[in-house]
Design a binder for this molecule. Sequence first.
Ligand SMILES: Cc1cc2nc3c(=O)[nH]c(=O)nc-3n(C[C@H](O)[C@H](O)[C@H](O)COP(=O)(O)O)c2cc1C
Length: 325
Amino acid sequence: MKWFETAKPLLCLSPMADFTDRPFCRLVRELDNQTVLFREMLAAEALVRANQRTLMMADLDEIERPVVQQLFGSDPERMAQAAELVERQFKPDGIDINMGCPVYKAVSNFNGASLMREPERAAAIVKSVKNAISIPLSVKTRLGWSKPDEILEFIKVLDAAGADAVEVHGRTKTQAYAGQADWEAVGQAVKEVSIPVLVNGDITDPESAKSALDKSAAAGILIARGALGRPWVFKRIREYLETGKDSGEPGIEERLKIMRRHAQLQVEHYGENGLIQLRKHLPWYFKGIPAFRQYRAAAVRISTIDQLDALIDEIAANEKIALGE
Ligand SMILES: Cc1cc2nc3c(=O)[nH]c(=O)nc-3n(C[C@H](O)[C@H](O)[C@H](O)COP(=O)(O)O)c2cc1C
């Protein structure tokens, strides 16, 4: 079954560089067995040159399925070679192409969001990658470069070139992350094509998920920042969409347990260095706890499991909760 046929509506972990790696994807999977996991973007060039670090980043765990690997690049031939290599070697359930990243490093190299300004190159990439792989091909993009209706033409270009699905972040490149994601504008794009279109941007809880789906009539949602420190968000939303009941956010005890599990997965995957790499995730777990600042300051110095356990004990004592085994 294709990844975009696995559930209705589709709930997806949106790709995030440095965040949606193997341990985090596995953690999200342990908390919900249907979420579609988008791995962080990888440079097609680095894959083709057999850069060992990049190849390791494409390695996946069977438990992660359905899982999609995102690639970025600007050359149709190199993109096709990278996609073929990733399919053959790591067998993800789909390949996704980044056509939405607004950062200078991407757009100055004619990839990411700049592909929206070069529809011919974008189409050539889609065609060439599509020919090279047998798994589904999707594209993640934005409403436009500077105008929010550019997507109406661009999505037709992607569809005609052979994309099997498109994910649209409801902002333009110029907006970057400013303002509010426009889910209705994504809905206009949904009407232009018959392939599944997913909506992304500012979805963080059951209410925003429902509103984004209602306003866009999209086939599903992608959540990025709303999943940081909140890997349970997909289960919470799924339950709400299925039953109308919102279980709310887990209590501090549950949150700390999940954070501890994240740390364990980090160490299993990255070795001792895993906790240093976990530092960027930790502050997100403390959001909403009154003494947030104090814990965040301690979290960014953690380098061993013992130090993390000591911090968890301190938080438990301060917040007057008993942590089970
Ligand atoms: C830290 C970070 C890294 C990101 N990396 C990627 C990436 O690798 N590929 C991509 O297509 N989008 C990337 N994005 C964009 C997100 O996938 C998403 O489109 C955007 O954050 C809007 O969704 P949100 O409001 O749920 O965060 C990244 C966003 C953040 C915050």
